[in-house]
Design a protein around this ligand. Structure first.
Ligand code: UN1
Length: 521
């Protein structure tokens, strides 16, 4: 009972067992694991199979077979199906959000946002089915037509994380389907029931058997690894992954030797800069949300707050006041909490180790006391600390860029305050982490804002807003260790799930050669 997912214990076999979905059929596996309510670990949500390598292979074969027909289904018709999926998710929005909040522990408001992002993605791509444009291009010759067509890649393997169990998979699944690919999805072991419910809605939208396959897995990524192995068996044409930079690198290596181009959305340690002229109330609110919203368990959560020296003390004072008022608790029972529990014990332990790192680094602890317990809880805490892993909101002061806590990513409620002098140093310090996902600056000085957005090494930048909260039609992704330059969301993502096919159609009836002198020259 110490983690969200674990092997079933005797006496717990009465819980409902959910199955893999391969070629439209429910398929069980030998081994199983449990999913639990993150805010109440004794509440078991379901039992899930651990798909074997053979089952992952079967799923890839089914997807390959289904690709023949699905890729030839006209794109506007595929778009209609995406529209139906959007409607099905919309109808079930409340139930799915409640389930999501229960399984992974985010607040209901945020869970609704997670689901809404998937609905928005369906709305966006539905009409792309009618706009999957190619080009007609002039030829060097009169009697020749040049054209370009987008072609689907084939079978796409998808591996996702548990912190955004609906929105992030939708960012991959929806455009991949729209462009004519078929899918094998290995969802996070942290949110299998939410993933199962979401897959049911995808299928209900009208996907033929084998187009969308779901394989569950647990335990150090065995099933996920099997899926990656399928690239070496030439059964996958692409893999799309959201997770750690370490795993992303490994996937990138396998993809590279198979000459496929993966989508890799990886870690982050996003900077939030506050300049001396900023509206401090706005900056404090943004920095509070960026650090502690979702319990700091977003890949876009702020990692370092970089403060211009003249407002350092004043910001710190106001920030601390707000941190002391943060409401924490069971988000299923209380809708006024800012954040709930850790997704599971694994996330909690990583956060705890990060805390120890702060002590080792010699940073000053401004606020925080590790795990929330019955005898050690913040005022107004509204949860059962024996039934979940909750963390105190943690603020480290006097952090410098050479410290480990400045450099290392951490999912959890923790933030660092760093002092700099002026915009140039702010940018230099902000760029000194290996990651480059999101970033933010608070200033009313147009020159500083401009300098920041031109020089910050990040895939996303907010000016006078938080690091989190990207919209569903903007390109999402990072640079440096945060990814390989692929993007999710918006029109750009289509390039990641299609290749360009150039066609020349010569109607002259004779051999005509480009780059040679012709009678028209
Ligand atoms: C993630 O944390 O993996 O921009 C995705 C945001 C959300 C998506 C976050 N729209 O914070």
């Amino acid at each position: 009972m110490t983690q969200t997912a674990q092997k079933p214990q005797t006496g717990e076999h009465t819980v409902k067992r959910y199955l893999n979905i391969i070629n439209g059929k429910m398929v069980d596996s030998q081994d199983h694991y449990l999913s639990r309510n993150s805010s109440k670990l004794s509440d078991v949500l379901g039992e899930f199979p651990v798909a074997t390598k053979e089952q992952v292979r079967e799923a890839c074969i089914a997807a390959k077979t289904a690709f023949a027909k699905w890729s030839k289904t006209p794109a506007p018709i595929r778009g209609n199906i995406i529209g139906n999926i959007g409607k099905a998710i919309e109808r079930e929005k409340e139930a799915l959000s409640r389930l999501l909040s229960r399984e992974m522990g985010k607040t209901l408001k945020e869970a609704r946002g997670d689901v809404q992002e998937a609905i928005d993605t369906c709305h966006f791509f539905q009409s792309e089915g009618r706009r999957l444009y190619g080009q007609t291009v002039p030829s060097e010759m009169q009697t020749k037509d040049l054209m370009t067509f987008r072609r689907p890649l084939g079978v796409v393997g998808i591996i996702t994380a548990g912190n955004f169990p609906v929105a992030v998979p939708a960012w991959k699944i929806i455009p991949a389907l729209l462009t004519g690919n078929t899918i094998v999805w290995k969802p996070s072991e942290d949110a299998p029931l939410t993933s199962y419910a979401f897959t049911q809605l995808l299928i209900e939208g009208g996907l033929p058997d084998g187009v969308m396959n779901l394989v569950f897995g647990y335990g150090g990524g065995s099933t996920g690894e099997f899926l990656v192995d399928m690239m070496d068996e030439k059964r996958l044409n692409k893999i799309a992954f959201t997770g750690s930079s370490a795993v992303g690198r490994k996937i990138g290596e396998v993809a590279g030797r198979n000459l496929t181009h993966p989508t890799l959305e990886l870690g982050g340690k996003s900077p939030l800069v506050v300049m001396r002229d900023a509206d401090l109330d706005n900056a404090v609110a943004g920095a509070l949300w960026a650090a502690f919203g979702t319990g700091g368990q977003r890949c876009t959560s702020a990692g370092n707050i970089i403060l211009d020296a003249p407002i350092y003390e004043e910001f710190k004072k106001r920030y601390l006041e707000k941190v002391q008022q943060i409401k924490i608790g069971n988000p299923g029972e209380h809708d006024d909490v800012l954040y709930g529990p850790f997704i599971n014990e694994r996330f909690f332990k990583t956060w705890e180790a990060h805390y120890d790192l702060g002590e080792k680094d010699g940073a000053t602890l401004l606020h925080g006391k590790k795990r929330i317990t019955r005898d050690n809880k913040p005022e107004g805490f509204q949860g059962d600390p024996e039934e979940a892993f909750y963390g105190w909101p943690t603020v480290w002061d006097n952090v410098t860029k050479d410290m480990q806590i400045f450099q290392r990513e951490c999912f959890g409620p923790t933030i660092n305050l760093v002092k700099v002098d002026g915009i140039d140093e702010a940018i230099e310090v902000a760029n000194s982490v290996e990651y480059g996902l999101s970033s933010a600056i608070y200033t009313n000085n147009r020159e500083w804002a401009y300098k920041f957005r031109e020089n910050i090494q990040a895939g996303m930048t907010s000016i006078n807003n938080s690091t989190t909260g990207a919209e569903a039609h903007m390109p999402f992704g990072g640079t440096k260790a945060s990814g390989n330059g692929t993007r999710e969301s918006g029109i750009w993502v289509i390039d990641n799930y299609t290749y360009w096919h150039g066609v020349n159609d010569d109607i002259s009836g004779k051999l005509q050669l480009a780059q040679m002198e012709t009678e028209y020259a």
